[in-house]
Design a protein around this ligand. Structure first.
Ligand code: F6R
Length: 611
């Protein structure tokens, strides 16, 4: 939620800020702003430009003479206060010399505002964030770092902050508590941002900040202070992302590009991790010795949204294949549930961004109770990845579209690998393990074949996208895929969709069926096939149109339904990989047909760093 960027250096600052904000836009896109100082601007003054809408609107609002040698920028996802130009960041103190951008929520802002108003501060916005520049001003005696240090002592809640003072050209002070902040180090230039994507065009050297830390930046230096105000020596990390990986290339939208990248992204998640000879998986980052792994009596999975759906698939797989009881929990629920951490339990936190507040806070809660938690993350160096006790990076590459697609299938790959490893340590024979491993290895190819349904799915989407409601139904390991299909459709097309276990349909959702409500069924060729087909007949008997994603050659299902999307035949345990693909495409083409903003759907943000 919200993206922040700071820059000091020789480049045209407003351009660097705009470019960074453009790349951070997926974190929030209701309004944006920048503050710059130095250069041709009058000395001792900051120029601030804000606008409602996307970064393109901000770009158009910036007069050509607004430049400078350092500055900060923000793209907002509103929490406190409506979407207005005034509420857009940066916010300033009453002198206009201190400017602040903030990502997070200041929970005690009402009390702070009352206290600051008594001291004469005049507030201009409805945001929680505005207390920060006023507080800093209270402590400012010529040294921005000292003032920020004192100010943050008063803040309760979460924050990633970047601040500048008009009288200290080239200096940016940052503070982090619960919202990500990363320093980018260039030659004679420095960056501070919520996400690497904002600076990957300029530098590949980054330094991650931890909660409770402050950072003092100039174009030539960075200095980090920990919670106890002690200086921290932290080496730089070299990042391996290439600029091309965060560009759209020939695709009209990031989402389509990311759907089509899945054969390669899944292959990357599997790369070097399947040991065919021994029919097992090699997962170097788990940090667990063999006896600890063997003694895992229960797996618990913490995640939100799409990552939770991947966790649900993981829980079915671990129980069925590795015979380990497993449960996927919603992060926002488990955090406040006073969860029981059993001695032999192993926990996972699944998160594409590695920054989701619900997942991070739930993970910290179970860690406090003694849980060993492994992260399944995409973003290297993200908070969840760093704070977990070990884990599996999924290596999807940057996922920019707000609706998650390729990260989901790579998260699945991580669970399949872990299941193979665990099952082989228990009852699974080498032959059985080899079959499982071979099926896993063939997933990228099978997904590539499934992508060939693109045009068919587009035609079906065109036909059905005007429906106001959809049901998505599946059984067993395909039930989470039904949930994920419904979520994809909701978030980018704004069509109401409900994911449902096909067996549960008769217990209520069937009341919704009418000729206006299409159902999308996932039909495997395993032991649940006949039962699913019976559920389709129940819908057809009530006049409901049915779209089925089924197995190539399943003419019985094809003849029964109104539209049929075939996926290649495979080991039924692996259908989640293939069957999600047409559902991603279906949501995508419905949204396109309805003229939605596919990559940046309304009200959403990619990285949900507030609770
Ligand atoms: C859906 C989507 C969200 C995220 C959720 C968790 O397309 O993107 O539901 O899956 O916000 O995000 P991460 O995986 O970053 O923790």
């Amino acid at each position: 939620m919200c993206g922040i960027i700071g820059y000091a250096g020789p480049r045209k600052t407003s351009n660097v800020l705009l470019e960074g904000l453009r790349r951070l836009e997926y974190r929030g896109y209701d309004s944006a702003g920048i503050a710059v100082g130095g250069g041709a601007n009058p000395s001792g003054q900051l120029r601030i430009v804000k606008s409602v809408g996307k970064i393109s609107a901000l770009k158009a609002a910036i007069p050509p003479d607004v430049d400078g040698v350092w500055g900060i920028g923000h793209t907002r996802w509103a929490t406190h206060g409506g979407v207005t130009q005034t509420n857009a960041h940066p916010h300033t103190d009453n002198s206009g010399k201190i400017a602040v951008v903030h990502n997070g929520i200041i929970e005690n802002h009402v009390a702070l505002k009352t206290m600051l108003q008594k001291k004469g501060c005049v507030f201009k916005t409805e945001t929680d964030s505005e207390v920060i520049p006023h507080l800093i001003a209270q402590y400012y005696k010529g040294d921005l770092l000292e003032a920020v240090k004192a100010a943050v002592q008063n803040l309760e809640g979460t924050y990633g902050i970047a601040c500048i003072h008009a009288d200290e050209p080239g200096r940016i002070v940052g503070a982090r508590n619960g919202s990500p902040l990363i320093v980018g180090v260039g030659a004679g230039e420095i960056f501070l941002a919520s996400d690497i994507t904002a600076m990957v065009a300029y530098t590949d050297k980054v330094v991650y900040l931890n909660d409770g830390e402050l950072v003092d930046l100039t174009p030539d230096s960075y200095s980090i202070l920990d919670r106890d105000e002690q200086k921290v020596e932290r080496p730089m990390n070299q990042i391996t992302w290439e600029l091309g990986s965060i560009e759209k290339g020939d695709f009209p939208c990031y989402m389509e590009k990311e759907i089509f990248e899945q054969p390669e992204s899944i292959a990357r998640a599997l790369s070097g991790r399947i040991d065919m000879e021994n029919a097992t998986a090699k997962l170097g980052g788990l940090n667990l010795d063999r006896s600890r792994l063997l003694n895992v009596g229960r797996v618990k999975i913490i995640a939100a949204g799409t990552s939770w759906h991947a966790g649900l698939v993981g829980s079915y797989l671990l129980e069925q294949v590795a015979r380990i009881p497993a449960q996927a929990e919603l992060a926002s629920e488990i955090r406040y549930k006073n969860p029981v951490v059993e001695k032999d339990s192993l926990w996972f936190t699944v998160s594409q961004s590695g920054e989701t507040a619900d997942s991070l806070f739930a993970m910290r809660e179970v860690q406090r109770k003694g849980a060993t938690v492994l992260g399944i993350c995409n973003v290297v160096g993200s908070t969840i990845a760093r704070e977990s006790d070990g884990g599996i990076y999924v290596h999807s590459g940057p996922e920019i579209a707000v609706a998650s697609t390729k990260a989901f299938t790579s998260q699945l790959a991580a669970f399949y690998l872990f299941t193979l490893l665990s099952a082989r340590m228990r009852h699974m024979s080498r032959e059985e393990g080899q079959r499982f491993a071979a099926s896993l290895q063939s997933v990228p190819d099978l997904v590539a074949q499934t992508l060939k349904t693109r045009d068919l799915v587009q035609r079906i989407a065109k036909k059905y996208c005007r429906a106001a409601n959809f049901l998505f139904l599946g059984r067993g390991i395909l039930y989470p895929i039904a949930l994920e299909g419904a979520l994809k459709l909701k978030e980018i097309s704004y069509i109401h969709a409900e994911g449902c276990s096909a067996g549960e349909m008769k217990h209520g959702p069937i009341a919704l069926i009418s000729p206006e409500v299409p159902s999308v069924f996932l039909v495997s060729d395993d032991y649940l096939r006949e039962k699913t087909i019976s559920n389709i007949r129940e819908i057809k008997a009530r006049g409901g149109p049915v779209i089925a994603v089924g197995v190539y050659g399943d003419s019985e299902t094809e003849n029964l339904v109104d539209a049929f999307i075939p996926v290649p035949k495979m080991d039924p345990r692996f259908y989640p990989f293939a069957m999600i693909v047409p559902l991603q495409l279906f949501a995508y083409f419905c949204a396109l047909e309805l003229g939605r903003d596919v990559d940046q759907p309304r009200n959403l943000a990619k990285s949900v760093t507030v609770e």
